[in-house]
Design a protein around this ligand. Structure first.
Ligand code: ADP
Ligand code: ZN
Length: 715
């Protein structure tokens, strides 16, 4: 039905179908090119809006749009999204039965399908190609086009065969898209996919909504908790290197009240799939994962990506952190890194298979990663520079920009540190070296006679922590090497000679004190909604979750967070106003507009809207079933405070008894009741006694007790 209006413009499709007001970046130019029948090669970062670049021309042109995508999860997501927009789309994949496939083929022949998603190996089957040659094809889109690159880590041999589309479908435009930045991959795509005549569209690879922070690792779990403290209820990914650590951290976080799931290649595949599905469909879950997790994860509202271990390269760091904030809303990339990471990665590298040349390349990549960690200038400038992009000004949105990193002249201590390495025979680890420098007269020192070294005790001007930082930075800058055969002892490297000879000076980054760092990490980007908006925000999310369940799609397919947020801020009062909200297209307006309006406008005035009623209903049953307020909060996906408020209301309406709502020790309950009944006449407000019970019970408990007393009086 959508393709029956040939003269529709790209802009009207954008508004009517997708509900957006304006194209972003290169979208308009790309769409114009492809809609007119030209080829395009599109390089755009994650979240840049690549899908619209082929979906809009697909709708503008007659015939079937064919999209090649490497992963089933990606296809299903896109099909669900189009489906919600009222656009006919299907994915052909191996999970379908023969009958189902035949039926889809029939529907395609009848022209009932606008978008066909399939994997490359399926597309290039002779039968499939013959089938498509008998149809009118609007365009071919080749998503994740970097999979054609033999040098990349996502290489898919089947992609090599996609080049033949050029000859088999001469008049059909082809558009290849990727978020991989480097030049070599770009050239390979153009050549192997026969896109020599494609117009190239390069976007900036900056992800302006991501706040970057890299902290020295001190007590990583504590640091992680400090970071997460301000992000309760947000979804995020925590990357760890080993499977064991993944499981431990997931358990630890869950025990600390941050619901977390593990994901690594060693888990049974059904559990892996289950955890991934939960991460996509539920809100506020943390995925603790190895790098096995992420490719094809299109969840737009991942609010943070944390690294508890150092990635091997900036390419990996950029890609992994890039999974945060696809929706364009504020997101965080946070990492804790320490000397142990460096030693570990270097050891892994030296033990890896492969020729010397390969190892040298990997070594350079690791060095670039380390340089970013110790960067004293803007992190974003450094990161983009690595991808040959020039950001003229410091970004103002990374830790080095906002914390105003201090540097210090470390020339003299660095020489002392290097001497300590040299004098002790270039085989001791940092712990021992620090003991020497601080002049610690212990058994280990005495056993090897190091109390007689000339460097013994010369470093008392620095603390142990400062020495550790210094050694980490010496290794990160390649001034000292890690002994890879032994136990991580340090050696001098050739590049430290000029420093030892006094020909150069050394300026180093001063680490933030742990308290400062914890504070800083809690105060950056995230936190989408303000306190007073919370309740309505939760109500909107609850409605979305309910609709998502009914339609068996992830919540963000109903509406992305950015759309809910705009509803919250613009408070539409009518369907007309609702239609103006970005992300509300014609079909979604028709399906969901009214329900969301009710949530926005109904609360507080007369009859509560249907969803709010449902929510209360559910709350009462959960409380009766014996759930604690905290459990109810996580079940209903709303704040504990609102749970207490609703409990108090339910008690007031005598739908719940106080005992059903709360599990309070007899004595404490008595004390609270006494406090309320102390005066004469009217019950005092909660505020009057809240001080008295501060730290003993949440304020919400007092509201519940008061509601119970009041209900009793009224009878
Ligand atoms: P990519 O595939 O490049 O990572 P997507 O195509 O998934 O990005 O788009 C990211 C998000 O941005 C999606 O939620 C999409 O609907 C939204 N989006 C894309 N283009 C626009 C636009 N012009 N205006 C508003 N939102 C947009
Ligand atoms: Zn910056």
């Amino acid at each position: 039905m959508l393709d029956q209006a040939p003269q529709r413009s790209a802009r009207s499709i954008l508004k009517d179908v997708f509900g957006y007001d304006a194209f972003r970046g290169n979208q308009a130019a790309i769409i114009e090119r492809v809609a007119a029948g030209g080829d395009a090669l599109v390089l755009m970062p994650t979240g840049g809006g690549k899908s619209l670049c082929y979906q809009v021309p697909g709708l503008l042109r007659d015939g079937l749009a064919v999209i090649v995508s490497p992963l089933i999860a990606l296809m299903d997501d896109q099909v669900a999204t189009l489906d919600e927009l009222g656009v006919a789309a299907v994915a052909l994949n191996s999970t379908l039965s023969n009958d189902e496939q035949r039926e889809i083929a029939e529907r395609i022949r009848r022209g009932e399908i606008k978008f066909l998603y399939l994997a490359p190996e399926r597309l290039v089957q002779p039968r499939m190609l013959a089938f498509l040659q008998n149809l009118q094809i609007a365009l071919f889109a080749i998503d994740e086009a970097h999979c054609v690159s033999q040098w990349g880590h996502d290489f898919r041999p089947e992609y090599l065969q996609l080049g033949q589309l050029a000859e088999l479908f001469p008049g059909v435009p082809r558009i290849a898209l990727t978020a991989t930045a480097d030049k070599r991959t770009r050239e390979e795509i153009a050549q192997r996919l026969h896109l020599e005549n494609a117009e190239r569209f390069l976007s900036s690879f900056d992800r302006p909504n991501i706040f970057y922070r890299i902290q020295p690792k001190d007590q990583p779990r504590k640091q992680l908790l400090a970071f997460l403290a301000a992000r309760k209820g947000d979804a995020g990914i925590v990357y760890c290197l080993s499977r064991k650590k993944v499981e431990e951290v997931a358990e630890f976080l869950s025990a600390q009240g941050f619901p977390a799931l593990p994901y690594h290649a060693g888990l049974p595949s059904d559990l892996r799939a289950y955890n991934q599905k939960r991460f996509l469909n539920e809100e506020g879950l943390i995925m603790v994962a190895t790098i096995a997790f992420g490719m094809g994860i299109d969840k737009p509202n991942v609010r943070f990506v944390c690294h508890l271990d150092l990635p091997k390269s900036l390419e990996a760091y950029y890609q992994e952190t890039g999974r945060a904030g696809r929706d364009g809303l504020p997101a965080d990339a946070w990492m804790a890194y320490g000397l142990q990471d460096v030693i570990f990665l270097k050891q892994m590298l030296s033990n890896s298979e492969g020729d010397e040349r390969h190892k040298r390349v990997e070594q350079h990549k690791l060095d670039a990663m380390l340089a970013l960690c110790e960067e004293i200038r803007c992190r974003r400038q450094a990161l983009l520079a690595y991808f040959d992009e020039d950001l003229p000004q410091p970004c103002g949105h990374c830790d080095t920009c906002v914390d105003q990193v201090q540097t210090w002249d470390a020339t003299e201590p660095a020489r002392q540190g290097l001497s300590a390495i040299y004098r002790s025979g270039q085989r001791y680890g940092v712990g021992h070296l620090v003991d020497i420098l601080l002049g610690r007269d212990n058994d280990k020192i005495r056993a090897v006679g190091h109390q007689h070294l000339p460097v013994f005790g010369i470093g008392k001007a620095l603390s142990e922590g400062e020495w550790r930082t210094l050694f980490r930075q010496l290794v990160a800058r390649g001034l000292a090497d890690v002994d890879l055969e032994g136990y991580g002892g340090l050696r001098l490297s050739d590049s430290c000679r000029p420093l030892l000879r006094g020909e150069v000076t050394l300026e180093l980054r001063r680490d933030l004190k742990p308290q400062q760092a914890a504070k800083a990490s809690g105060s950056s980007a995230s936190q989408l909604v303000r306190g007073e908006e919370r309740e309505q925000w939760e109500a909107l999310r609850t409605l979305r979750r309910k609709l998502a369940e009914e339609h068996s799609v992830p919540p963000y397919v109903i509406f992305p967070d950015s759309t809910l947020l705009e509803m919250l801020r613009s408070q539409p009062r009518s369907l007309d106003e609702m239609a103006r909200v970005s992300g509300v297209g014609a079909r979604k307006l028709e399906r969901y507009g009214q329900a969301f309006l009710e949530v926005l406008n109904g609360a507080g005035e007369g009859e509560a809207p249907k969803v709010v009623q449902d929510l209360r209903h559910e709350l009462v049953s959960l409380a009766r079933a014996g759930m604690t307020p905290a459990q109810i909060a996580s079940q209903l996906n709303c704040g504990e405070k609102s749970v207490y408020n609703m409990l108090a209301e339910a008690i007031g309406r005598q739908q719940l008894s106080l005992e059903q709502a709360l599990d309070l020790p007899e004595e404490l309950l008595g004390a609270i009741q006494d406090a309320f009944l102390d005066g004469e006449g009217e019950l005092p407000p909660v505020a009057a006694i809240v001080e008295q019970f501060a730290g003993q019970v949440p304020e919400g408990v007092l509201h519940c007790v008061r509601a119970a007393l009041q209900a009793e009086f009224e009878v």
